[in-house]
Design a protein around this ligand. Structure first.
Ligand SMILES: C[S@@+](CC[C@H](N)C(=O)[O-])C[C@H]1O[C@@H](n2cnc3c(N)ncnc32)[C@H](O)[C@@H]1O
Length: 550
């Protein structure tokens, strides 16, 4: 079977979660659980989303005396499997059903029939759930008493359901997305399961589990019966080989925050202690500034026009200048009027800002709005909820902004051009006693950027994303620069031309002086940043090429 997916396959995957497991990973995981599962006469083994049977093939080789149940919502997949596995040596029950629905009666009656639940559940985001699945999740949330709002992806429901179906001596072993450790609902499910399992191991690899898709994966192994207790990260070279891991015991209640804790396996102990101490002694960005996402138009391709289009329609009085993330190509931490002049030559950067009712508008504008209606834009959820669907709510301009997503490193910029922002950026509202220049100057150093790596989340492609809350939670040592210092700061960025090392050389120098850190301590922080950043970016190229994220 080929693991190279076509674009059609990618679209299908979003709704079915059908990325089949490389047999070498199934083999490694089955070998691992074989060693830890308590001895029993006839083990009851469940694969909740069997797909093409990668695990079943391995299981039947290793667990020759045991009983299998395999479930999949896809009847074609089950039929194919029945056809392929004509005469299994062990009895297999094949079930075509939604696994969450299948789990409901067991959870209701608190029967825990399985000794081992193993597999690769589908990774389907909430906005791609079918109506049936949404309804089932609603029931599941009530029966399992697990909050519906925290079931934002199908894998989370599969994990909770598996934990409720496994026996009091059993094992759950699932391939899960890396976001288990980075998103809030992933950390919450781990917190809950940490009370239900005696021991949890999460295998994190340097190499990518599914080479041709953006999703990065980890392996979760929960044991209900074990002599050692706790939640451990096992850092391995690849998920094909689960032996000889580097092991780190997690403390979910750590004062330094869960973000740092989930990255602690990448950091030496001394660095970790130093970071915890500094984190405890620093104010966070929240102390200096508020932040809020920019404008949501609900149809950027319609509402944001090129200068030439605005001129052709003669609607100059109905537009305001706006910056889209993809347009910002400058190395500098400052967005100037000259930068905007460059962008307006070729990119759409004027947002329709219509306050009046349709009847009072120019003919050209009325015609343009009608074109939008022909494309059914007025039926989109956000547009429907406006008094006039074409009146986009405007978020005020701020003196600076931060891009929600970044590749090489996150950036705070001065809004010298006084443009508006789309929701790919957060506007920065400076609090009394501080300045946007001070915030910008104080942001670019190894300490703040390291916490940006650990507080945010990254996707399979390695794109770093921070929510407004995560951004405001970053520790920041504030320095109000003199005019001379700020000029030098801008020059350093200009000369660096996006080279993060050169930018950090500048930022770390004043940070070291300000915090009176030794050379060794400064090196520890810088190396810590390199380590977590390299881990994020370790296999990101494909995604950046597709999305043009820099
Ligand atoms: C990631 S694939 C894993 C396949 C298989 N476990 C393996 O490793 O080869 C996910 C599978 O989940 C199935 N699936 C999707 N939603 C499901 C649901 N609600 N219940 C059961 N199976 C589901 C898909 O049909 C697909 O076969």
């Amino acid at each position: 079977m080929s693991f190279v997916q076509s674009m059609d396959d990618f679209a299908k995957i979003r709704f079915t979660g059908a990325v089949y497991t490389p047999p070498v990973i199934a083999e490694a995981l089955v070998a691992f659980v074989k060693d830890i599962i308590p001895e029993k006469n006839k083990l009851q083994i469940l694969e909740p989303s069997v797909g093409d049977g990668a695990f079943l093939d391995e299981l039947t080789l290793s667990f020759t005396k045991d009983q299998f149940t395999v479930v999949d919502i896809d009847s074609a997949a089950i039929k194919e499997l029945i056809h392929r596995i004509k005469q299994p040596s062990n009895p297999v029950s094949f079930i075509t059903k939604d696994f969450i629905e299948y789990s409901l009666p067991y959870i209701k009656n608190d029967t825990r029939p399985f000794d081992l639940i193993i597999g690769n559940p589908p990774f389907i985001r909430r906005h791609n759930f079918s109506d049936d699945f949404k309804e089932t999740l609603d029931d599941f949330s009530k029966v399992s008493k697990y909050p519906l709002k925290d079931l934002k992806n199908s894998w989370a429901a599969f994990l909770v359901a598996s934990a409720r179906l496994v026996s009091n001596t059993g094992v759950v072993a699932l391939i899960l997305p890396y976001e288990l450790m980075t998103v809030d609902y992933g950390q919450k499910v781990l917190q809950t399961l940490a009370d239900e399992f005696i021991r949890i191991d999460i295998f994190v690899s340097n190499n990518k589990a599914f080479p041709d898709i953006d999703q990065d994966a980890v392996i979760f192994v929960g044991q209900k019966n074990c002599v050692t207790r706790g939640l451990y990260i096992k850092h391995v070279e690849s998920l094909f080989d689960l032996t000889s891991p580097h092991i780190y015991k997690l403390d979910l209640d750590s004062q330094a925050g869960r973000g740092l804790e989930f990255n602690a396996f990448l950091l030496p102990k001394l660095t970790l202690n130093l970071l915890r101490e500094l984190r405890g002694n620093c104010y966070t960005i929240e102390h200096y500034a508020g932040s809020a996402p920019g404008i949501v138009s609900a149809a950027n391709e319609f509402f944001i026009l090129k200068k030439s289009e605005v001129e052709a329609l003669g609607i100059e009085n109905y537009v305001i200048p706006i910056l889209k993330k993809g347009s910002f190509a400058s190395y500098k931490p400052i967005f100037s009027s000259e930068d905007f002049s460059e962008i307006e030559k070729k990119e759409p950067c004027f947002l329709l800002n219509i306050k009046d009712d349709f009847a009072t508008l120019d003919k050209n504008l009325q015609n343009y709005i009608r074109e939008g209606e022909l494309k059914e834009l007025h039926l989109r959820y956000k547009c429907r909820n406006r008094r006039n669907w074409f009146s986009v709510p405007i978020v005020p301009r701020e003196l600076g902004f931060f891009f929600k997503r970044s590749h090489s490193f996150p950036r705070v910029c001065l809004n010298e051009a006084e443009i508006y922002l789309t929701d790919t950026s957060y506007g920065l509202r400076i609090k009394n006693g501080f300045s946007i220049k001070g915030l910008c100057y104080s942001f670019y150093n190894s300490l703040t950027l390291l916490f940006a790596e650990t507080n945010g989340r990254f996707y399979g492609g390695g794109v770093l994303e921070l929510s407004p809350t995560e951004f405001r939670g970053l520790p920041l040592v504030y320095h109000e620069p003199t005019l001379d210092e700020f000029t030098k700061f801008l020059l350093a960025h200009e000369l660096a031309r996006g080279d993060v090392e050169k930018i950090l050389d500048f930022g770390d120098q004043w940070l070291q002086q300000k915090l009176k850190l030794s050379d060794e301590q400064m090196v520890m922080i810088r190396q810590g940043l390199t380590s977590v950043r390299n881990h994020r970016m370790r296999h990101g190229r494909r995604r950046f090429l597709i999305e043009g994220i820099v």
